[in-house]
Design a protein around this ligand. Structure first.
Ligand code: NDP
Length: 334
């Protein structure tokens, strides 16, 4: 089977590709340029085993443009839509976050409906950003699951800080996917993957100067740039390998719908302890957490993903150990 993976160059997409190749799928990745396609060929070439047809590309320079995916969906069996900006500092919330997320999602669904009638399921990478209510903060005593939706409004998203606009971009994009299926009743259904902060090994040819947002969140705790850990703003996490596997399992699963992919809650002081153990060479750069109070937070219910997809979630210790070892390798190479 051939799967179209949009945004094939990203941190998460690298592991989606790994999981697809492991299960014997072929991949057509969308990227914004030929240079990016070459980068992915380099990081994932070892999966091809002499068969170049296992990884091909379609260049889609602007995912928000009308008809952006009309050509790239032709002939594929399934679609995974991961491309979406994950940045918090932008000039224009609508142009830089909301439009690419929402129009990108509707554009790929329209393209599948028009040009790929053989596709039965589209898997969309959403986020805990579409589940949690940022206005409620740590929300002790509450348990988040697939039933929850971030209640942000478009007005708040347009004029609010970047973090609110990002969360809104994921919320509106995911809602747009379900609305599309409800209204148009196409040949396919959707499954959405909702992870919180995703950590784990970087396998997308990253460089320390341009780390993706969630890897940078850990790197600042090992490179001496943070004297204090700061509040754990999104206190739950997922391992990027679990997220990759979840995409494939959700594609193969009988049921579409939402999957909340998260191991557990966590805090930055816990991360700091793990870094000191995993990377003794960096221990002196890790922020001092001795006076940081542990804050009580919401809990999470990940049972649906465990039961329906059979995912065994990776522990915080393994996820962070593998993240920081991967980041240390990038430091050595720099
Ligand atoms: P990256 O920044 O590493 O990857 C983002 C990908 O999307 C890249 O391939 C990028 O292409 C592409 N992309 C971003 N903006 C655009 C745009 N305007 N037009 C075309 N392509 C675009 O981030 P992640 O891998 O972390 O994110 C991937 C997905 O996972 C996103 O949907 C994100 O919202 C979601 N997610 C991530 C979490 C995390 O903690 N990392 C948590 C929850 C969800 P290019 O390489 O050309 O920039």
């Amino acid at each position: 089977q051939l799967i179209l993976v949009t945004g094939a160059s990203g941190f998460v997409a690298a592991h989606v590709l790994n999981s697809l190749f492991k299960e014997g799928y072929k991949v057509r990745g969308t990227v914004r340029s030929e240079a990016t396609a070459n980068k992915v060929r380099k990081t994932h070439g070892h999966h091809l085993k002499g068969d170049d047809s296992r990884l091909t590309f379609a260049i889609v320079p602007d995912i928000a443009a009308p008809g952006a995916f009309d050509e790239s969906v032709k002939g594929v069996d399934g679609v995974f839509h991961t491309a979406s900006p994950f940045v918090m500092q932008v000039e224009d919330n609508v142009r830089d976050l909301l439009d690419p997320a929402v129009k990108g999602t509707t554009s790929i669904l329209e393209a599948v409906e028009k040009n790929a009638p053989q596709v039965k399921r589209v898997v969309v990478t959403s986020s805990f950003a579409a589940i949690g209510d940022p206005m409620k903060g740590a929300r002790p005593g509450y348990t988040y699951s697939e039933k929850d939706w971030n209640p942000v409004t478009y007005e708040e998203a347009k004029n609010g800080p970047g973090v609110i606009a990002y969360c809104a971009s994921k919320t509106f994009a995911e809602q747009a996917a379900y609305d599309f299926v409800k209204e148009k009743k196409p040949n396919f259904d959707v499954a959405t993957i909702c992870p919180p902060m995703i950590y784990g090994p970087l396998e997308h040819g990253a460089s320390l100067e341009s780390l993706n947002t969630s890897s940078a969140d850990i790197y600042r705790l090992m490179n001496g740039s943070s004297k204090e850990p700061g509040p754990t703003s999104i206190p739950c996490f997922a391992d990027v390998r679990d997220v990759g596997e979840a995409h494939v399992k959700a594609y193969e699963s009988k049921e579409g719908g939402r999957y909340f992919i998260s191991t557990s809650t966590f805090s930055y002081p816990q991360v700091c302890e793990i870094i000191k153990k995993a990377l003794p060479s960096h221990a002196s750069k890790v922020p001092d957490c001795s006076t940081t109070e542990e804050v009580e937070t919401f809990t999470i219910d990940n049972e649906h993903a465990q039961k329906a997809l059979g995912i065994h979630f990776t522990s915080l210790e393994k996820t962070i150990t593998d993240t920081v070892k991967s980041l240390a390798k990038l430091e050595q190479a720099a």
